[in-house]
Design a protein around this ligand. Sequence first.
Ligand SMILES: [Zn+2]
Length: 247
Amino acid sequence: MYDTFHALILKPMVYRDNETLVSFITERGTRGSGIAKGTKRPTARWVSSFEPLNLVNISLFGKENQNLKRITSCELISSPMLLGHLESNLVVGCLADLFDRVTQEGLEDPRLFRLLKTVTDGLKSRPDEADLILAYAEFWVLFLLGWLPDPKTCGHCQGTNEPFTILSEEMGWLCQRCHPINKGEGLPNETKEYLNHLKLATPMSLQRQNLNSETFRTISRLLRQRLIGEMGVSPKCYDVLFRSSGL
Ligand SMILES: [Zn+2]
């Protein structure tokens, strides 16, 4: 049985000799994988299509309930990799790794595909904003998977007016009234504004202006730690990215 659909490539891995195991996310937002044969041959037309976050039109062949179907063709539609943009290309690797971990076979969430597609397009158009786009993607993964409470209201009093002072394990964001702090402690003043900007913006409309760099650094680090905590593992490409860029 043949099946052809659009997908974003997540991870290509050498499998058996001359074979590559490729994972991808489909438009329905489910994780899939397949085996491509003959990928070591010098004439293999596959190899370049299997780069992380390539948008492809992929065909699989196999019995309906066969675990690993065979990839019979993989046509490249677009690639986010850009010559000379190391940081943006490293972020591509991080996002592919992240989505490879948070998507699951048999579990559909089209919002995850749409998110990954828009951040991929965003990176391609705005590679210099790669760190901001990564932070945006991490925020949305946390939010869509229910790992982060809504950034509008305090998790204790449900108030919306006071600034947030901490992100607590049990109750989420807490406001100045419910969790008072001294000046200079706790979350940066503009935390709520920054989170709401992430929620309302798209990768194309994200603004660095008006964004205090300390707020950005503190909050992206906090959210990233939460994400890594929820996944239970820190993707290797994160280490590479942070070592090379000092994010
Ligand atoms: Zn409160």
